[in-house]
Design a protein around this ligand. Structure first.
Ligand SMILES: [Fe+2]
Length: 136
């Protein structure tokens, strides 16, 4: 994945090869890029909070959908994967709590980059594990 400070660029390392999941991942990466651009542009905190909430809500829908698709594919690491989603959800909830009514744009920048890091690390890790399952 190519990274600039504010943007993650989608590439084939991030592709599961399951189009519906790849579309959702691409959408989440785009939303996270939008949040980081908005922070860099100095948008009002209430608008930033709205973007963060949208990422959180879209991620929750996506996790549930991804787990059902992986269950259908009889993915053997599904239970562990669901636990990773629970952990990621808790981390995103914590970011949302910290950012509630947050005025300091420097802190927003740190949290925006943290959201990107959490999500992209999870995505690259899950694609790697899933492709190993397909190779067996
Ligand atoms: Fe996942």
């Amino acid at each position: 994945m190519e990274q600039s400070l504010w943007e993650s660029t989608w590439n084939s390392d991030m592709a599961f090869g399951i189009p519906e999941l790849d579309d959702e991942h691409r959408s989440l990466v785009a939303r996270i890029n939008d949040l980081n651009h908005a922070i860099a542009m100095g948008l009002e905190p209430d608008k930033l909070e709205l973007l963060l909430t949208q990422i959180f809500e879209e991620a929750l829908v996506h996790f549930t959908h991804e787990e059902s698709v992986l269950a259908q594919a009889k993915y053997p690491l599904l239970k562990g994967h669901a636990l990773l989603h629970e952990r990621l959800k808790a981390e995103l909830e914590n970011v949302a709590r910290q950012c509630h009514c947050l005025e300091d744009l420097n802190l927003w920048a740190e949290y925006g980059l943290l959201v990107r890091q959490l999500f992209c690390d999870h995505l690259l890790d899950e694609v790697k594990r899933y492709s190993e399952f397909h190779r067996v």
